[in-house]
Design a protein. Structure first.
Ligand SMILES: Nc1ncnc2c1ncn2[C@@H]1O[C@H](COP(=O)(O)OP(=O)(O)OP(=O)(O)O)[C@@H](O)[C@H]1O
Ligand SMILES: Nc1ncnc2c1ncn2[C@@H]1O[C@H](COP(=O)(O)OP(=O)(O)OP(=O)(O)O)[C@@H](O)[C@H]1O
Ligand SMILES: [Mg+2]
Ligand SMILES: [Mg+2]
Lengths: 289, 216, 289, 216
């Protein structure tokens, strides 16, 4: 009991005694947490980003002049059963009129007295495909219908985005793992540097008859305190930057960054504690043969 | 009881000790003399198990060098008070904290620590210097602090390596008398020293080293 | 001369002797350079990005039915003199026909036998305005013409982007300065940690009669070597990431990232040397009163 | 010539020396004795200008404590060979490199350094141990290395602080004889020591300190 109090007190005193190395140590952990945290948010938003981009995939189908609105409704009900189709919006003659007006600034009815624009529909694709979307089968499926006149789609854009979808996920995984390895590495190094100047203390304690845990204790507590400080700092940094850029990005692109404060804090905390613990333990053990 | 049974040790770069035999009974006071580099410090290091014999066996109470487990070494060291040749006072702790450290290792509570340490500082004549850091003490004062640190936990065995090197003749004489008194209470003491004038004719056993061996 | 050789040799030997602290030190500088380098590239591309976004600003002007192509040409020549207008593309009746076809999938001539679509023109704005673009005066200028029927513009998008233009530049400056300050700080701290374990050496050298520069020399050389290593590492990291993301981003958005390898290397090098030099000097001087 | 003119110094936490007067001529060999904490090391520190007097003045050759500029201190120290009470051998350099350091500071070239250092290691009887790091040397061997490091640059003044604390009687005697020989060649020597038996009746001046003052 007395030993525990002593070890705890020593740990906290050390944070203060080694102020300047504490700053370095906290800062290293802080930087690592910032990087890891950012990656966490990016990866949490990857799916949302993909969905955001896929939201823009649209297939426009124009029907022949002779096709009635009723028939279009039947046809679109058919289309819905095509694999990969999510929803369909019918653009009636009236809607087309409105589009014409916005496009050409003129009212087609007042020009012609009647509406010559064809009925069309916009097909929205399912967004949650597990892998890349291939729209070719959908298109060829649509072409089979006699009533279909023309099909417009941004096939190139879609395949460009989809090309990157899979490799993007892979890259994310690689970057996150590298960052974590680097995190353990840099923290263990900083602690090693700190401990280097305390070799004498460790040796003395051992010669006096201190057990391993008695020697390690204060260092690990010191490391944990550094980790906690870094967690708090990096958490507020990340949230601050997020809050700012969230509105900025939403304003420009209508893309709404998703994040969960509690989850971010938990990840940062467990990361800093885990990595800090492993780091200090590794570093001290070197001097404790 | 300390028993050194035909022990040899050699450093990687050469030097060391060979075929040492020595038994020290409880309450016995033994001096270890010999020229520089003859192996005195090496024997003491073997005794507090900072080094392990390449051959032979060392027994200290119930611990022996052949069967002791690494994590048991701290418990051996808690029974042994060592005065090192190069003091090993901690530079970033003051006199009080340095002397208190062995008590914290043993888990004494705060009041006991304060009482024992103050008493001990008084005894070595350094009261008023509790808050001095090692570099703020004179050579002899540092050496006395090391002595106090070794003795504060009432060890069953005392190993002293040249403890009077920086002490004036009066202080050296007082140290010997103090150690003699402690040894009378049953503590075994092995003390390495160059100060032959100080130790001769006090009636204690003197073991002489030469070139890594005990001279008979 | 002998002293110089000794100091140089010591400096290089120290890099090797203190391998593990060297790794920490190089890594800190590396991280800082990565951040600074990325900011450099972003700031170099800020103008390009703004131009890229401004490229999308368009004002569409629809003329009244009665206006002839010849009159439109005269009018657009007039428009060009409006402050802020860069170029103008006339969309003739034929062009409008093609747009109609792509939009509605039907040939308006085959439906009606004649082309009722109005002539229009697209006004591109100047991109290199020194400050935010305000299109209101342009619009009101255009409205003055009798021949103009309708004006379409994405005023909202433009003002959204322009809103951020100025604050974006300000934020960049703030971030870069903070990073630089942190850089000096973290490097000086790492060096201080390294030197802490060499207090004894410094003190001994001073007691032997070494001059300040003799004591400092090896440390500064050590710091400079660390800086050089970090420069090379961070340079290749940045170039590698750039090369990868350049094509990625171009493929997705047609935005071509601009960068100048030689300039980046120069900036990284001078930053690491300067910051490394200041950092080690600051750290040693503490121990050299 | 060394001249200490009514010098006083006090540490922040108390202790120090007061009103010291002492003159040492070229080629003179002076012993400084006195109990632990009497101020011997303090006087030596004042002489190599690690400390500056609060009152009075110290003159060493052309340098004096009142007018010397900070950046001139290294040049004073190059003329003075100091054997410190706590050796200050560098832990991360081996014996050879430790002894060579003062020569590098003076800018000797490589061949000279190798020759002089090998010669000096031979003299102190440590040949074969050039590559030993300080912790691989015995206490006495470390002390001898410090002596060699102080003497290798042929200093004009030698300040020795308890240089025999870890030496056996034979080695101590040899050191004194070596220093006597050096002093005969015109070097001033001031040596602080507790080993009264060693220094008495050798015909050198003995200055006794007590409580921070010179006892007349
Ligand atoms: N770690 C080591 N590596 C190599 N050799 C060593 C090591 N430690 C000691 N030695 C050598 O072993 C021999 C005995 O050393 P030891 O320290 O036991 O001597 P000592 O009797 O204590 O001498 P002193 O009276 O000078 O303290 C010496 O020659 C020394 O150089
Ligand atoms: N840096 C310091 N701060 C405060 N007090 C100090 C400092 N250094 C020494 N003292 C005190 O000054 C007094 C004289 O110290 P000094 O080291 O000169 O003694 P000494 O004669 O060399 O003793 P020893 O024989 O033990 O080496 C001592 O009482 C010591 O505690
Ligand atoms: Mg020894
Ligand atoms: Mg002293």
């Amino acid at each position: 009991m007395n030993k525990l109090i002593f070890i705890l007190a020593e740990g906290f005193k050390n944070v203060w005694r080694h102020k300047s190395s504490a700053v370095s140590s906290v800062f290293s952990i802080y930087l690592t947490l910032i990087v890891s945290g950012s990656l966490l948010i990016v990866s949490q938003n990857t799916n949302k980003l993909i969905e955001y981009l896929r939201d823009k995939y649209k297939i426009e189908v124009f029907f022949k002049d002779s096709v009635t609105e009723k028939r279009v409704e039947e046809l679109t009900a058919d289309f819905k059963s095509i694999n990969g189709v999510n929803s369909i919006t019918i653009i009636s003659k009236k809607d087309a009129e409105r589009i014409f007006k916005s496009q050409f600034g003129d009212d087609i009815l007042s020009i012609l007295g009647y509406n010559p624009l064809p009925i069309s529909c916009v097909i929205n694709l399912k967004k949650d495909w597990p892998s890349r979307i291939d729209i070719k089968p959908i298109i060829s499926n649509l072409r089979k219908y006699r009533e279909v006149d023309e099909i417009n789609h941004q096939g190139k854009l879609i395949s460009r985005i989809e090309n990157y979808y899979e490799s993007f996920l892979e890259i994310m995984v690689v970057i996150v793992s590298i960052t974590l390895i680097i995190a353990v590495f840099i923290i263990s190094n900083t602690v090693k540097l700190t401990i280097l100047s305390k070799k004498e203390l460790i040796r003395s304690l051992q010669l006096i008859g201190a057990t391993k845990s008695f020697v390690k204790g204060p260092f690990i507590i010191e490391g944990v305190v550094h980790g906690l400080l870094a967690t708090v700092l990096s958490f507020y940094t990340i949230i601050g930057v997020l809050n700012f850029s969230k509105y900025f990005i939403y304003d420009l692109t209508r893309f709404d960054i998703y994040y969960d404060q509690v989850f971010i804090f938990q990840v940062l905390l467990s990361l800093s504690l885990l990595v800090g613990f492993i780091g200090s333990n590794r570093a001290i053990s070197r001097f404790l043969k | 009881m300390i028993n050194i049974d035909n022990v040899s040790y050699s450093y990687k770069k050469g030097g060391g000790v060979s075929n040492i035999n020595l038994t020290i009974q409880d309450g016995e006071f033994v001096f270890l003399i010999g020229p520089t580099g003859s192996g005195k410090t090496t024997i003491l290091k073997l005794l507090y198990m900072d080094l392990f014999p390449k051959a032979g066996k060392i027994t200290i109470d119930k611990f022996d060098s052949q069967s002791i487990k690494k994590r048991k070494i701290p418990y051996l060291r808690r029974r042994v008070g060592v005065i090192f040749q190069h003091y090993h006072l901690l530079e970033d702790r003051n006199l009080f904290e340095n002397i208190a450290l062995p008590l914290h290792v043993l888990g004494y509570d705060k009041e006991e620590v304060v009482e024992l340490v103050n008493e001990s500082i008084d005894e070595i004549g350094l009261s008023g210097k509790e808050s001095h850091y090692p570099h703020e003490l004179s050579g002899g004062e540092q050496q006395r602090a090391c002595i106090a640190r070794a003795l504060i936990k009432d060890p069953e065995i005392i190993l002293a390596d040249e403890p009077t090197g920086n002490l004036d003749p009066v202080a050296s004489f007082e140290l010997i008398k103090l150690l003699e008194q402690i040894s009378k209470e049953g503590t075994s003491i092995l003390m390495a020293s160059h100060n032959y004038n100080l130790i001769k004719s006090r009636g204690h056993r003197i073991v002489e080293m030469q070139n890594g061996s005990v001279r008979q």
